[in-house]
Design a binder for this molecule. Structure first.
Ligand code: TXA
Ligand code: MG
Length: 364
């Protein structure tokens, strides 16, 4: 156990002295949790193998799961990347600083634990002013996974970080809630064609506009139009429980009417069995569910996927705090950031997905 120091900083104009203090902790091999535009990261000097090992220990993260390296500017890519393809520069110009992570060939000086022994390294240049200031002051590539215990919901506030990691991290920079709310989009540029390994803060539509066509998606379950293939969902490895609240989460996919009817049916059944149920819904659903015996949490209007993304993890933590045992979540579609929301809910469900085809009572 270490004593965790918390420094409050202004989200857009952080005090230089506090940034300097955090940078010094990183340079001495310590762990600093800091805000990025997506979620809070748990940072260490990416070129210091021992410091990086402390990240894995603090998170309880298995050694096979590689980390993202954060840089102050795109010009620093050669510090950690062996060879930067032209397409990486094009994407950097379009999306950096911002929530896009590129998987590129690793430079030899990056210790093997950062990349879990792979020959590729994931890198991004975050846009949050506090992250940017810290990276500039430390003058180091900083390896940082999301600052949560492994498998748990990612933190979008410093309080979330402390819930999971108090006493396991040297310093937390608290700049309030993070604006994007879901993690970066991970795009593999070492595959035969650009492949999205994780949908996130940069939408598929935005990537397609720069690439000239939609990127390949590594996970067919999150494909546009979502005829979610049953065999895909059955694959437990792909949906290994991740980004998850403590409660058991079920994701209900399908047309809104049918999903709400199924939610209502399940709540009543679970309530009868004496279980405390939480519902993760949209503003538009509230009126339809107000009378059901469940804790209702809305993440916003279905018309504003970016707001839903921003509120998702706080909503999941709130349902945990309100001690529900089962969460029934609706799907919010796949346009823009809603795709990342669907991906996280799929993973949080650990495969507990229900495809609701028809309204109650209908057949055929
Ligand atoms: O928004 C974000 O990306 C946040 C903030 C802190 O930057 N970070 C984050 O890190 O979400 P983490 O460790 O929770 O997720 C990193 C993801 C994992 O899915 C990991 O498998 C993948 O990136 N990844 C990292 N290095 C990789 C590599 N060399 N090849 C393929 N995937 C990689
Ligand atoms: Mg994570």
């Amino acid at each position: 156990m270490v004593q965790t120091e918390v420094l409050r900083v202004h989200p857009t104009r952080p005090a230089a002295a506090k940034i300097k203090r955090a940078a010094a902790v990183l340079r001495q091999g310590g762990l600093v949790a800091f805000p990025t535009e997506t979620v809070y990261g748990l940072g260490a000097n990416a070129l210091d193998e021992k410091a990086v090992a402390r990240i894995f220990a603090a998170k309880g993260r298995p050694a096979y799961d590689p980390l993202i390296v954060h840089l102050a500017t795109p010009e620093e890519l050669p510090r950690v990347v062996r060879e930067v393809p032209e397409l990486a520069w094009t994407l950097a110009r379009a999306f950096w600083p911002g929530p896009l992570t590129l998987v590129l060939p690793k430079a030899p000086n990056v210790p093997p634990n950062v990349t879990a022994g792979r020959h590729t390294v994931a890198v991004r240049v975050p846009s949050h002013p506090v992250a940017a200031a810290l990276l500039r002051a430390a003058d180091l590539p900083v390896a940082a996974p999301s600052a949560n215990r492994f498998g748990h919901t990612s933190p979008t506030t410093a309080a979330h970080v402390l819930e999971d990691l108090n006493g396991r991290v040297d310093l937390v920079l608290d700049a309030g809630p993070t604006p994007v709310g879901v993690e970066s989009t991970v795009l593999d540029l070492t595959a035969e064609e650009p492949t999205v390994l994780r949908p996130g803060g940069v939408s598929i539509e935005a990537l397609a506009a720069v690439l000239g066509r939609p990127p390949r998606l590594a996970h067919p379950t999150v494909v546009e139009g979502a005829e979610v293939p049953a065999e895909g969902l059955a694959s437990p490895g792909m949906l290994a429980k991740h980004y998850a609240p403590h409660a058991e989460l079920w994701l209900l996919l399908g047309p809104q009417e049918a999903v709400l009817a199924e939610m209502r049916r399940r709540v009543l059944e679970l309530a009868c069995a004496g279980r405390r149920v939480g519902l993760l819904v949209a503003d538009e659903d509230r009126a339809r569910l107000e009378d059901v015996p469940a804790v209702l949490v809305s993440v916003g209007s279905v018309r504003r996927p970016a707001v839903i993304a921003r509120r998702l993890y706080t909503a999941l933590r709130e349902l945990d705090r309100r001690a529900v045992e089962v969460i029934l979540a609706r799907d919010f579609g796949s346009a823009g950031l809603a795709l990342a929301v669907r991906d996280r809910l799929l993973r949080a469900s650990g495969g507990r997905v229900v495809w609701v085809e028809h309204e109650e009572g209908k057949t055929g």
